[in-house]
Design a protein around this ligand. Structure first.
Ligand code: FAD
Length: 382
């Protein structure tokens, strides 16, 4: 199998690389990290990406997408990471809400929501986790009871990334208060500015507040904001989660590639000759190469079926653990200096932020269960 770019892909890659070199403002490039810190710059950058045609490449043209093959999307993710470019502000809209609306939405919903996700005119958040429902998502207790032509939503969500910026929320709630587990769940699109929605930011270990609690108090949601069937929310939520992990691999591996290159430079600059550190660095480089091939396997499934396969869980698991090891190694190299933030504090920030990597988008334990059961076909753990 030839894993190199086809002539068409190579031309697309070099065009994108040239565009990035020309357009990426130093100001934005230097500003990594939480979208919240750079909201306005983030919107401006997202719009530029969209106007140049690099957002929603695989989405249908009728909704503002590019109608391009998945390989082009993978190239965009790789090249953005390679250029250390900021991400599109609409991470949840592009990666989760959009694909879910395409799979389960009505024509009206597709026309209403998809174009504004691409242009970053509207930002989305994901209201799945609750204080009593994380890995065990089927324990969701937020209520969404149908009352005539609208739902009345009450309850609490937590850890909702981007909720402080969001216009819309994809919400998983219980429409039948008597129901248990997977039955009786309904998936809604909720206006974050509706009366009764209150967002309270949560401060992370990095000092930033990128995620939030959301409180819903008797919030009215029109029936036309239902995605899928009443009581059929679990199947819709599974589409969201498959896309969350399935399309993330290339972006994550691209970011890891940048981190490995930076770490290699740090080792050179500091003239590190400790064989243990050099051995660890070599291992991380090898892990990175393995991840790149795993992503190509996941891409093959996506190209063949149009749906991300469970292999996406492998990339997410290995990337998150590699990122934690790698950033810790950098702090070890910095030694005592790691206690003082001098300059942009890149490695300190990366190490603190990486703690959440093994929790967000599925904890490592949960991902290992998925890999065991759905990739390897082993018996269910419970
Ligand atoms: C940075 C960040 C961003 C996030 N963004 C969002 C967001 O935008 N929207 C959203 O809805 N949620 C978001 N989350 C929440 C995230 O999805 C949950 O934290 C995650 O699903 C784990 O749930 P929990 O925190 O309730 O932990 P729990 O599910 O209570 O898990 C506690 C521990 O038990 C282990 N465990 C649980 N079940 C099993 C099992 N079956 N087998 C083995 N071990 C198990 C877990 O691995 C973990 O170590 C975010 C989290 C983080 C850290």
């Amino acid at each position: 199998m030839d894993l190199r770019d086809t002539p068409g892909e190579a031309a697309f890659r070099s065009e994108l690389r040239a565009w990035l070199e020309q357009i990426l403002p130093g100001r934005l490039q230097a500003q990594r990290g939480g979208a919240g810190r750079f909201q306005e710059a983030g919107r401006e950058w997202s719009r530029k990406l969209y106007e140049a045609g690099y957002v929603g490449l695989t989405w249908p043209r009728e909704y503002g997408g590019g109608g391009a093959p998945y390989s082009h999307q993978a190239i965009v993710l790789e090249e953005l990471a390679r250029a250390d470019a900021p991400q599109h502000l609409g991470v949840i809209g592009l990666g989760m809400a959009g694909p879910t609306i395409m799979a389960h939405g009505t024509e009206e919903q597709k026309a209403r929501y998809l174009p504004k996700i691409l242009s970053a005119e509207e930002i989305w958040c994901q209201g799945f986790s609750e204080p009593g429902a994380g890995s065990d998502l089927a324990s969701v207790r937020t209520l969404a009871e149908l009352d005539g032509d609208r739902f009345r939503v009450s309850g609490q969500k937590v850890w909702s990334s981007f909720a402080h910026l969001a216009d819309w929320c994809i919400l998983l709630a219980r429409s039948d208060p008597e129901s248990q587990r997977h039955a009786g769940l309904t998936y809604l699109i909720v206006d974050m500015r509706a009366p009764g929605v209150e967002v309270r930011p949560l401060r992370q270990i990095t000092g930033e507040a990128e995620f939030n609690e959301i409180f819903f108090t008797d919030v009215e949601v029109p029936r036309e904001n239902l995605l899928g069937d009443i009581g059929g929310g679990w199947a819709v939520a599974m589409t969201t989660l498959l896309h969350e992990r399935g399309t993330l691999g290339f972006a994550l591996t691209g970011a890891l590639d940048v981190a490995v290159r930076r770490l290699t430079s740090l080792v050179r600059e500091r003239e590190v000759d400790d064989p243990r550190i050099l051995d660890c660095l070599a291992r991380e480089w090898i892990e990175l190469q393995a991840l790149k091939y795993t992503n190509l396997r996941a891409l093959t499934t996506l190209v063949e079926t149009g749906i991300p396969g469970p292999e996406g869980s492998v990339s997410k698991l290995r990337w998150s653990e590699a990122n934690q090891r790698l950033t810790k190694l950098a702090l070890e190299i910095l030694g005592d200096e790691a206690n003082i933030v001098d300059g942009d504090g890149y490695w300190q920030h990366q190490q603190l932020r990486s703690r959440g990597n093994t929790i967000e988008a599925g904890t490592s334990e949960v991902l290992r269960n998925i890999i065991a059961e759905r990739v390897l076909g082993l018996p269910r753990s419970r």
